[in-house]
Design a binder for this molecule. Structure first.
Ligand code: GDP
Ligand code: IMO
Ligand code: MG
Length: 422
């Protein structure tokens, strides 16, 4: 068996949580491979609306194993909050959720360093979710990180050494007043550490490869999106992990030849939260309409998401980097009220037309649009492809032809049931 990968092709929030939940019945094991509590994955079913941050989106289905892989960064206090709120809903994950010993910990001081770094950047800030993601990955790559497995021996000592390094940085470099906030965070954080100890801490690379050998099916759930990838996204306005398909290999310990299908998710339009270039952004009534109808407010931070038309130049780039084999189009219903819909098919840069995503986006990119007829009908309630309005069929065909990858699922609402397979 191979690992199928499901990932966002835009700037995050494409609807990954919803689709992983929908596809979970077909898999035995559901894994997260990168990112951390900067992610907010929303699921809706049976009148439950739930947002997951660190935990894979397979947990609401019976008989499934969920794994937090080595590439993930975990904030124990946020993890505990998630576990506690799931317990209230009647979901006890102690037997079904496994955590890699090699996953890195986000320390309370990582969150403070994130805040200090963003404050120091002023107008040039990344617009981070302030969950400590950048500083935690920086320590991982700098070989200064603490891992989940470290909890099991001499942990206090290791923790204190790290915190000393961080508080020195906070006072001496950032002149950041941290003490009150740190003691606030630490209490919940150590309670979270105790919670993590109650879970099965595993060598997830062996675990997952053995599952594959035993014929079990595995899906890897991406966080963020390809345009936020540390190498290929709109750097420096990106997150600090590899959000692309290759990230599933390093974030789980799965060899490239063990990757199966790559399911790439995109919204029928585009959104971005946080700073950074966004060629098709609409700072007008149409952008506001997309925000209102799509309820485009961040699942993790509540910030309004920036909205714009679908960008096929960026999508094509993402498909190339990720090796996408199937596309999944989300939130088609948000485009219900348009007479015409614009799709960006080229960029004009310094007078030259291109279909290639450039090194630098800032300032100089003019999106070139093709206009398609809107369907002007409500899709909510549509359950079969035959009932799609002709204009929606045309929109799908246009995208498939431009991208040369089939769209296998179309989503027309936030609920599990509002998902149409083709
Ligand atoms: P993720 O981070 O990729 O899992 O996506 P988020 O959960 O952050 O954001 C997607 C939002 O869109 C959530 O509020 C979902 O409930 C909602 N959503 C998902 N699919 C659809 C859809 O087809 N139509 C509409 N209207 N909302 C959707
Ligand atoms: P999901 O998994 C959308 C954005 C932040 C910021 C940049 C860096 O729900 O799709 P970070 O906290 O990682 O240092 O922030 O990345 N960002 C996301 N945007 N969806 C996400 O996750 C995101 N995770 C981070 O807004 O611009
Ligand atoms: Mg999200």
């Amino acid at each position: 068996m191979k690992v199928d990968v499901l990932l966002g092709l835009q700037w995050g929030d494409e609807g990954k949580g919803k689709v992983v939940d929908v596809l979970t019945p077909r898999y035995d094991v559901i894994t997260r491979f990168q990112g951390g509590p900067n992610a907010g994955h929303t699921l809706e079913f049976n009148n439950i609306k739930h947002v997951l941050h660190t935990i894979p989106s397979g947990i609401f289905r019976d008989d499934k194993i969920n794994v937090i892989g080595n590439g993930v960064v975990i904030d124990p206090s946020i993890f505990k909050k998630e576990i506690d709120s799931l317990l209230k809903l009647g979901f006890d994950l102690k037997k079904t959720l496994f955590i890699s010993k090699k996953a890195h910990l986000i320390l309370p001081t990582h969150r403070l360093l994130d805040a200090a770094s963003e404050a120091a950047k002023g107008d040039a800030k990344i617009g981070s979710t302030l969950k400590g993601i950048g500083p935690a990955y920086r320590d991982k790559i700098g070989r200064d990180g603490l891992r989940v497995g470290d909890i099991l021996s001499n942990f206090e000592e290791k923790y204190k050494a790290r915190v000393k390094q961080h508080t020195d940085l906070l006072t001496k470099y950032y002149h950041f007043d941290y003490e009150a906030a740190l003691s606030d965070y630490e209490k919940a954080w150590f309670e979270g550490i105790e919670m993590i100890k109650q879970f099965q801490l595993i060598d997830s690379e062996f675990f997952i490869n053995k599952q594959l050998e035993a014929g079990k099916s595995v899906i890897a759930e991406g966080a963020q999106g390809t345009m936020l990838d540390i190498d290929f996204g709109s750097y420096p306005f990106v997150t600090s992990s590899n959000t692309i398909t290759a990230g599933a290999c390093t974030g789980l310990g799965v060899a490239p030849n063990n990757i199966g299908k790559v399911l790439g998710i995109f919204k029928a339009y585009c959104t971005r939260v946080g700073s950074g270039p966004f060629p098709t952004e609409l700072n007008d009534a149409t952008g506001q309409h997309l925000r209102d109808v799509g309820n485009e407010y961040g699942s993790t931070t509540g910030r309004p998401r920036r909205c714009g038309w679908l960008d096929l130049v960026a999508l094509k780039y993402a498909i190339m980097i990720d090796g996408v084999t199937e596309l999944i189009m989300m939130k088609a219903d948000v485009l219900d009220d348009f007479d015409s819909i614009q799709v960006c098919t080229k960029y004009k840069i310094n007078g030259q037309l291109t279909e290639e995503f450039p090194y630098e986006l800032e300032g100089q990119v003019e999106p070139i649009y093709e206009s398609l007829p809107g369907w002007n009908k409500t899709l909510t309630g549509v359950t079969k492809e035959v009932d799609f309005p002709a204009e929606l069929k045309n929109y799908i065909k246009f995208i498939e032809t431009k991208l040369n990858v089939p769209i296998s699922i179309v989503s027309v609402g936030p609920n599990r049931s509002q998902t149409i397979e083709r």
